[in-house]
Design a protein around this ligand. Structure first.
Ligand SMILES: [Zn+2]
Length: 82
């Protein structure tokens, strides 16, 4: 297997691979933080079905890391820029 090179910076749109060959996982993650305020909707009658999917819309996202990780084994895979 090819050794991972963590010094090369890849464009996020043009990664070295779209599936990590070691564990064949194709779900990746990068580290972000977010802050902000939102309204949380709820009902005393319909506790499960109130939609809160818009809560993230008002949050400000910020990248806090430089690396892309494998969601399966949490290995640091490559360095990226947006
Ligand atoms: Zn993995």
């Amino acid at each position: 297997m090819e050794k991972l090179n963590l010094k090369i910076v890849y464009d996020l749109e043009n990664p070295p691979f779209k599936e990590y060959p070691h564990c064949h996982c194709d779900i990746f993650y990068k580290k972000e933080s977010c802050y902000g305020k939102y309204d949380f909707y709820f009902s005393y009658k319909e506790q499960d079905i109130v939609d809160n999917s818009a809560m993230y819309d008002g949050l400000t996202h910020k990248n806090t890391g430089k690396y892309v990780y494998c969601s399966e084994c949490n290995k640091r895979l490559f360095k990226y820029r947006e």
